[in-house]
Design a protein around this ligand. Structure first.
Ligand code: DGL
Length: 269
């Protein structure tokens, strides 16, 4: 009964890494649906079908709790899965809510009415599917009033990162930040709303400037998982950490090593 962590590809490893540092005794099963990545350019129905299948793979691997460490899946599929698919004895959580709670200075489970918060102009960088779902704006509206959100769909960045082409990824980040700034010249906060983007965090920060606070998810999600497991210890169990993929395990392992700069060995799901 390890905790399952899912992403379309390697981006969720940024969340896994933070979770492993925060919870060193917890075993995790990571699943990368590399055969179908990227999700960010797919339709909502397609993302739903793929995310259900991937989550089932993690349930079958013995996980009772699965974290969708993928904003695209969290935005396009999570609500529908929770409403109509997740079995009563399993839990599936996303990566959006911890981020929005941090942005709106709320603690977990604070369901009080939306209120004014410090940030007023927020730039959201995410995949095209996450941006078109408007899930971020919806979750934010439950918690805050008076926040202006400008979203930038960052086409191509995930593919470049998955292909290990960091020069292209950096060029794309610069051009997406320029495009955002034409719509919102002075954001006070920026959300990296894709789990691949922490790898480009310094490029985002440099392009945005030092006066923009950049929120990245990995540590926020790890903290929120620790808090959840404190309240629901029955979701925690034994087992061993392992890495599964629907893609070619050898190729995915090589990319993962480049990506995380440590040995990670994937096996076929
Ligand atoms: N890392 C994912 C996300 O957070 C997925 C990107 C993709 O597959 O397009 O959105």
């Amino acid at each position: 009964m390890a905790v399952g962590i899912f992403d379309s590809g390697l981006g969720g490893l940024t969340v896994l890494d933070a979770a492993q540092k925060r919870l060193p005794d917890v075993p995790f099963v990571y699943y990368a649906d590399s055969a179908h990545a990227p999700y960010g350019v797919r339709t909502a129905d397609d993302i739903y079908e793929l995310t259900v299948k991937a989550t089932q793979t993690l349930f079958d691997a013995g996980c009772d709790l699965v974290i969708l460490a993928c904003n695209t899946a969290s935005a396009a599929a999570l609500r529908r899965m929770q409403e109509s698919w997740v079995p009563a004895d399993k839990r599936v959580l996303g990566v959006f809510v911890p981020l929005i709670e941090a942005l709106t200075e709320r603690s977990w489970g604070d369901n009080s009415p939306p209120r004014e918060v410090d940030v007023k102009h927020v730039a959201l960088f995410a995949t095209p599917a996450t941006v078109s779902s408007r899930a971020f704006q919806r979750e934010l509206a439950f918690r805050a009033v008076g926040v202006d959100v400008e979203a930038q769909a960052c086409g191509g960045v995930v593919d470049a990162i998955e292909d290990g082409d960091m020069i292209l990824a950096e060029a794309l980040v610069n051009s997406h930040v320029d495009a955002l700034k034409r719509k919102m010249p002075q954001p006070d906060a920026a959300i990296l709303g894709c789990t691949h983007y922490p790898l480009m965090q310094s490029q985002f920060q440099a392009a945005l400037g030092d006066n923009v606070k950049v929120y990245s998810q990995a540590n926020l999600v790890a903290e929120s998982l620790a808090d959840y497991l404190d309240r629901r210890p029955e979701m925690l169990g034994g087992g061993e950490t392992k890495y599964l993929t629907s893609g070619d395990p050898k190729q995915v392992s090589q990319r993962a090593v480049q990506f995380m700069r440590r040995q990670i060995t994937f096996e076929s799901a």
